[in-house]
Design a protein around this ligand. Structure first.
Ligand SMILES: [Zn+2]
Length: 116
């Protein structure tokens, strides 16, 4: 199922490239290109990422794009916008685990659920 979706992705992507007059990408190049899904070819964020950053700016102030904090799991110093933000509690909080580590953890959790 996952493989099929990726193939549709490469076809759509290559048809867009052809319209621009660019050479279509091979499967290998496309995989490299989609590795960083939150940004497009020009380095802009995906719309859902931009939206999340805007909301963080509104609730925590503009400093979120400059301030850094250490991730609990990988120990890297990252910008506050690279952390998951939760708005469900009494007060909005920024998690201590970065988005990358969190997505890794949730995908592993999902896998362990499947194998049960
Ligand atoms: Zn991390």
């Amino acid at each position: 199922m996952e493989k099929d979706l990726k193939l549709i992705g490469i076809e759509n992507h290559n048809s867009r490239r052809r319209k621009k007059g660019l050479e279509p990408l091979t499967k290998k190049e496309f995989r490299k290109y989609t590795r960083n899904v939150s940004k497009d070819a020009t380095g802009r964020n995906a719309p859902h990422v931009d939206k999340a950053i805007e909301r963080m700016k509104e609730t925590f102030g503009k400093d979120v794009t400059r301030k850094k904090k250490e991730c609990f799991r990988c120990g890297k110093n990252k910008k506050l916008t690279e952390f998951v933000c939760r708005y469900d509690g009494k007060e909005p909080v920024i998690n201590n685990v970065c988005k990358q580590c969190e997505s890794k953890r949730t995908s592993e959790w999902a896998k362990s659920r499947k194998s049960r």
